[in-house]
Design a binder for this molecule. Sequence first.
Ligand code: G3P
Length: 217
Amino acid sequence: MKFFVDTADISEIARLNPSGLVDGVTTNPSLIMKSNRDVREVLADICELVSGPVSAEVVATETEQMIQEGQVLAAIASNIVVKVPLTWDGLKACRALSDQSIRVNVTLCFSANQALLAAKAGAAYISPFIGRLDDLGLDGMDLIAHIRQIYDNYGFATEILAASIRSPFHVMSSALVGADVATVPPAVLRKLAKHPLTDKGLASFLSDWEKTGMSIV
Ligand code: G3P
């Protein structure tokens, strides 16, 4: 499973990148707003730091304008993936941009039928939003599992990018049902490595080692 970080905060990305665990980045208009930076500049900076796919979202709502914005975003760097919303216009833009060899991430997916349409429109990625479904008392993980089954039934190459991830449990569950990618907020990514028994065990080993008076180097 690949990990993307879901942020436009360049300092967070710079801190996490040396771990070798950052396979890509996803942004959206809200994350760009939080970064308080010019959209093209911040995307160019992210693309310089991370060689994997960097999702950049259009804000137009009609196909022709989405295509134009997608072309501008794609020109920023070769690893930009253009994000379009899962609307009828977004699907048409997805087909047009994909036909121009621009990779597209279709976002704001909340049903398996929407995911089926995105795959047929040539999407490189589909982004089902787990947390926002859970917020409504639904089960976001069921959606990921259904999309997995449908894509496998027909051999669609579209990658399932589990989004709106809020907890380590979401990451584990997405991996169990076979999502190709999880896009994870930096704080959640850090939590994945934490376990109180790891900390306790390490403290005990180090305390015993201290008593030996030895050193390894
Ligand atoms: O990748 C989409 C994500 O940023 C949305 O997350 O927590 O705002 O639902 P959230």
